[in-house]
Design a protein around this ligand. Structure first.
Ligand code: PXL
Length: 275
């Protein structure tokens, strides 16, 4: 069994961040430890008046205790973080708790569709870029990549644009990138996997309905697959197919726009993993 730590918020309702990462990573058969960065009553997309309790002050104390116990990880996977202060804390956690040969995975969950999520600004995006430069693998979408590099955001683009965007990320220190939501035709979308100079693309069916939390479902399944010994490309493929199934599961339920029904698709994820 590998040991993974995930650092992100708990949105009490919303099927995103920790309430997605913990069950998916556990289902993938890995010991899953968590550091909750904040507790919110819901996520911040499409809800108003949500509560937000910042748990930053607990993070150094958790780390100090873990250090005393000699706790380290085969992977540390971070998602939504509440503040620049927490981004700096994650850098410290990476340095202190990554096992030799362990992998640091950062999903810079902060923006989509050309816009930053509620509460974030350019200074946050700049700080996130510095965290991404310390990671082994980063999983941004196009919007997040643009905010981190200053590259122009485009809704319609071609392969040349994507190659230049990947170059801009590399110039910021991000060599290994899993770029999500890359669509070159109306009925397909996919994921670009760049490892050093090597670039591969996996394309699959596109469902033209935006769903919340799918980035977290993808990143969690990707991390779980990687920890099961799959290659980065195979992990991206598995995560993409699983995420697609979760979106299909949720289609047609107008009352369920705040997240995807990932739970009933977990057996499919295990099938994709060959378990
Ligand atoms: O799914 C990303 C996410 C995670 N956590 C919180 C969010 C969001 C996206 O809006 O608001 C609190």
């Amino acid at each position: 069994m590998k040991r993974v730590a995930s650092i992100q918020d708990i949105s009490c309702l919303g099927q995103c961040s920790m309430t997605v990462a913990l069950p998916i990573l556990s289902a993938c058969g890995q010991e899953t430890c968590i550091i909750p960065s904040a507790v919110l009553s819901t996520h911040t997309g499409g809800f108003t008046d949500f509560t937000f309790r910042d748990l930053s002050d607990d993070i150094p104390a958790i780390s100090a205790h873990w250090q005393k116990e000699g706790i380290d990880f085969d992977a540390i996977y971070t998602g939504y973080l509440g503040s620049i202060k927490q981004i700096d804390m994650v850098k410290d956690l990476f340095a202190k708790h990554t096992r030799a040969g362990g992998v640091k995975i950062v999903d810079p969950a902060m923006a989509d569709n050309g816009k930053l999520y509620y509460g974030f600004d350019q200074a946050y995006a700049d700080a996130m870029a510095t965290l991404c430069s310390e990671a082994d693998l980063v999983l941004p979408n196009i919007t997040e990549s643009c905010f981190m590099t200053g590259f122009e955001y485009k809704e319609a683009y071609d392969e040349e644009y994507v190659v230049l965007l990947l170059k801009a990320l590399e110039d910021k220190g991000m060599k290994n990138v899993i770029l999500t939501g890359i669509s070159y035709s109306a009925d397909t979308t996919g994921v670009v996997v760049k490892l050093g100079k090597d670039i591969q693309y996996y394309s699959h069916k596109r469902i033209p309905v935006g769903s919340h939390g799918t980035g977290d479902v993808f990143a969690s399944a990707f991390s779980g697959a990687l920890l099961n010994g799959k290659s980065e490309f195979e992990s991206a493929k598995i995560a993409a197919e699983y995420t697609l199934r979760c979106i299909e599961n949720t289609q047609g339920d107008e009352n369920h726009r705040y997240g995807v029904k990932f739970e009933t698709a977990i057996p499919y994820l295990l099938e994709l993993l060959g378990k």
